[in-house]
Design a protein around this ligand. Structure first.
Ligand code: FES
Length: 154
C-alpha cells in the first residue's frame, strides 16, 4: 500500500491539509484518520483512510458493535483482545452480523445462522465465498478501521 496524503472521507474531493470540512462524523464520533492509502496500488483512484471508530476497551471481549464508515455499516468484533472488522450486512437477507453470536473467530447470523469468520469474512459453509473484511489498527487508545471509499457512480 502506498501513502498518498490526506483527504476528507465524506466528499472525497478535499486535498487541503487540514481539511476545511471539519471533523468527520461516525457512530462513535469518529475523527479523520492520519493517512490515505491507495487500496489497489494502481491508478484506479480507489482510496481509503483509517478512521477512528471507538476507544480500546469500549467493545467487550467476545462482543461486537456496528459503525458507519465511508457510508458502509461495519461490524467490529473483539476476539480475545484482537479487533476485527467485516461488512455488517449478511449476504443472505441483510441481517446485522454485529448482532450475531460470536464464538472464537466465528459469528453466527442472528436470522438464519449462516456463519462467517470475523478475521477475514469467509463464509464458513462455503469458504469460496467471502464478505468484505477491513484492516484494523490501534493508534494509542483508538481503534481504527480502513474502509475503501466507494467509487463515484458512472
Ligand atoms: S440473513 Fe443472515 S443467514 Fe439469513
Amino acid at each position: 500500500m502506498k501513502l498518498v496524503g490526506r483527504i476528507h472521507s465524506r466528499c472525497g474531493a478535499c486535498l487541503r491539509s487540514p481539511c476545511h470540512h471539519g471533523p468527520q462524523s461516525g457512530a462513535a464520533g469518529a475523527m479523520v484518520g492520519p493517512s490515505m492509502v491507495n487500496m489497489t496500488g494502481d491508478d484506479s483512484g480507489i482510496m481509503a483512510e483509517y478512521t477512528t471508530i471507538a476507544e480500546v476497551g469500549s467493545i467487550a471481549e467476545g462482543k461486537s458493535a456496528v459503525f458507519k464508515v465511508q457510508g458502509r455499516m461495519i461490524a467490529v468484533f473483539n476476539v480475545g483482545g484482537q479487533y476485527h472488522a467485516i461488512d455488517d450486512f449478511c449476504p443472505h437477507m441483510g441481517a446485522s452480523l454485529a448482532e450475531g453470536h460470536v464464538e472464537e473467530d466465528t459469528v453466527t447470523c442472528p436470522w438464519h445462522a449462516w456463519r462467517f469468520r470475523v478475521t477475514d469474512g469467509t463464509w464458513c459453509d462455503n469458504p469460496r465465498i467471502k464478505i468484505d473484511a477491513f484492516p484494523v489498527r490501534l493508534e494509542g487508545n483508538q481503534i481504527q478501521v480502513l474502509v475503501e471509499e466507494k467509487p463515484p457512480l458512472p
